[in-house]
Ligand binder design. Structure first.
Ligand code: GDP
Ligand code: MN
Length: 398
């Protein structure tokens, strides 16, 4: 689950990571109030207005603006709120901005004495360990750095048995070229950041830039946080951070029914029990000459309700020309799934695309019989090969 910058910063702060302070606002008026409050706390008129969307590259897209007085706050916040912000990460349609973070300007005074770094904590799946990635080349173009000068990006691997060691935090601060107070502050920053990452069961914390201020403090100016969905049950307080308006609406609908759904661009919808079988089914669709329209794992306990929810979600995609249901009956009995398909079909009514059902495993033969005798426009198969041939056939008939 992705969260907004302001939420990520709140988490960081609660673990003692110093952050660029800010107050979130929904309207230009609230932004002005936020700026007044920040002025009392930090005694500076300058604030930065930052669009809150689940995508990076906001600076480049015009979603991060400096305001030097309250008039500018009103004007710039008013401009950013409601805009369709296009950044290198949003795709050409952009994302609607409904909130801004009004934050203290931490580059002032003395911008020339500041330095931007890149620091992230993430899971290196090939190593099976958490790593801290860092670079002196922080700021807006880390992707460019990774592509053209990858030797400027360092990695520090954490041994899960002993956790982050003091010498590792010092090594990072040293490699970032720091000394004196900034060096000390960076070691503290790294230690707290790592603690926050571990304690929240996150899969990524990316802080770009981490700033060394002109008075040698180290703080997080940005926060891109991805919380591991599989760990969310341990953090019920994070549920409120979910912003479904940032997510694909069909995926939100699917997660309500406990379905594991990812939308793709193809023409054959599929509904499968088990992630591995779902992957194999997508391969079969390609072999049959189609393109998968989605990944959909209905889980091990598919019943009429889940089948119906799955149908509705697949059918909401106008590109779908055929649906392939591929269920292996292990714990779940094929005849019950077949009945579920028939019931869901009747309930939804006129399904405009051909459906191919392949049921294998416990009671597969009974299931095929049920479908064949239902009188509905559903093709049944037992072997995957037969199912693939049926997909090819219905696509050719279109
Ligand atoms: P991103 O573009 O989505 O990654 O958003 P960031 O939060 O990283 O902000 C983009 C850029 O805005 C940063 O790299 C900074 O150069 C700049 N920026 C952010 N906060 C401030 C600030 O307080 N003062 C000034 N002058 N620039 C800032
Ligand atoms: Mn950034």
């Amino acid at each position: 689950m992705n969260i907004h910058e302001y939420q990520g910063k709140a988490i960081l702060k609660s673990f003692g990571v110093r952050v660029q302070e800010g107050i979130v606002a929904d309207t230009a008026e609230q932004a002005v109030e936020a700026a007044k409050k920040l002025k009392v706390d930090y005694n500076s008129d300058w604030v930065v207005i930052k669009a809150q969307i689940h995508a990076g590259g906001r600076g480049k897209g015009g979603g991060v603006k400096l305001a030097k007085n309250l008039e500018e706050v009103r004007e710039k916040a008013g401009h950013i709120i409601g805009m369709q912000l296009i950044t290198p990460q949003t795709g050409p349609e952009g994302k609607l901005v409904s909130k801004v973070l009004v934050a203290q300007d931490v580059y002032y005074p003395g911008e020339s004495d500041t330095k931007e770094f890149y620091v992230s904590v993430l899971l290196d799946r090939s190593r099976g360990r958490n790593i801290i990635m860092y670079s002196t080349e922080g700021g807006m173009d880390i992707e460019e750095v990774a592509e053209h000068t990858p030797h400027l990006i360092f990695k520090e691997e954490i041994d899960p048995k002993v956790g982050l060691q003091g010498f590792q935090a010092r090594k990072i601060a040293f490699n970032l070229g720091l000394s004196g107070d900034a060096f000390k502050d960076m070691t503290k920053f790294i230690a707290s950041l790592y603690k926050a990452y571990e304690a929240t069961d996150s899969s990524m914390f990316e802080i770009n830039p981490v700033l060394k201020t002109s008075d040698n403090k180290i703080l997080a100016v940005d926060a891109k946080v991805n919380l591991d969905d599989n760990g969310l049950f341990r953090h019920p307080d994070f549920a409120a951070m979910r912003d479904t308006s940032e997510e694909d609406p069909t995926e939100v609908e699917a997660s309500k029914s406990n379905l594991n759904y990812v939308k793709l661009d193809g023409n054959v919808g599929c509904m499968v029990n088990g992630a591995g079988l779902a992957m194999a089914t997508m391969d079969i669709i390609k072999l049959a000459g189609g393109e998968p329209a989605n990944f959909l794992d209905v889980g091990g306990t598919a019943n009429a309700e889940t089948v119906k929810a799955g149908f509705n979600i697949i059918l909401s995609d106008p590109n779908v020309k055929a649906i392939l249901i591929n269920i292996f009956g292990g714990i779940v009995r094929c005849d019950r799934v077949a009945q579920g398909v028939i019931d869901a079909y009747k309930e939804i009514g006129n399904i405009p695309v051909p459906i191919i059902v392949r049921l294998q495993g416990t009671n597969a033969v009974e299931a095929k019989k049920l479908i064949d005798e239902s009188g509905l426009k559903v093709y049944s198969a037992i072997l995957l090969k037969e199912a693939a041939a049926l997909v090819t056939k219905v696509l050719e008939n279109k």
